[in-house]
Write a protein that binds this ligand. Structure first.
Ligand code: CA
Length: 219
């Protein structure tokens, strides 16, 4: 799961891609214009960029992106309408990590997005709204400020935040986070959820009565 920015001016295609990527568990920001897209880049893990846009062509957008230090490594999947120009296309797309020629299947797009995320290893940091979870360094930031969590609190948060909206029962969480040998009770999970809520604020972890807990990005 990642935060994907989609810049595509063709409304039906934008809709299809946006919803397809959401169904695959990604958070998606979508816009028809390069200018608006540039403003949305900051928090994104990957960009899906159409070549032909009304206000700036995708190739010039891509060049600008690669000249900007903050975005020079942002994974970019370019969408193009034609492949006929061969080498020229390849040349122009040299700043893109991958590209797809329209029409393409949604399944292929999803597979390529996943492959690109893996390859560029941005998967180490999960971004959920204002919350940033650096899994490799075991650090959490909320609105840019570091939040000190215990190891169990951190592991529990990672487990829940990996799939926002998915409900986990207490026994599963106990097993996954504390390990099968741990002699705790479901109350252990409740206590840690309470501690996380105290540190992060109450909106992030939802109690689903009779079922367990799920992670949510507060609106
Ligand atoms: Ca277009």
């Amino acid at each position: 799961m990642a935060r994907v920015l989609l810049i595509e001016d063709e409304a039906s295609l934008r809709f299809t891609i946006e919803h397809g990527l959401r169904r695959a568990g990604h958070e998606v920001l979508a816009t028809a214009e390069a200018r608006a897209g540039w403003e949305m880049l900051e928090s994104c893990d990957l960009l899906v960029l159409d070549w032909m846009l009304p206000d700036e062509d995708g190739v010039s957008f891509l060049r600008r992106l690669r000249r900007t230090p903050a975005y020079e490594k942002l994974p970019v999947l370019m969408l193009t309408a034609r492949a006929a120009e061969g080498d020229r296309v390849e040349g122009l797309l040299s700043g893109a990590d991958d590209y797809m020629v329209k029409p393409f299947s949604l399944a292929e797009l999803q597979a390529r997005v996943l492959a690109l995320l893996r390859r560029t290893s941005v998967g180490g940091v999960m971004r959920r709204g204002e919350l940033e979870i650096d899994v490799e360094r075991a650090r959490v930031r909320l609105s840019g400020d570091e939040v000190g969590l215990t190891r169990r609190e951190f592991d529990l948060l990672v487990r829940l935040a990996e799939y926002p909206g998915r409900v986990y029962d207490r026994d599963t969480l106990l097993d996954d986070v504390w390990g099968g040998d741990y002699l705790g009770t479901p109350r252990t999970v409740d206590q840690h959820v309470a501690q996380l809520r105290e540190k992060l604020g109450s909106g992030w972890i939802r109690t689903v009565r009779g079922r367990g807990y799920s992670f949510e990005v507060p609106q």
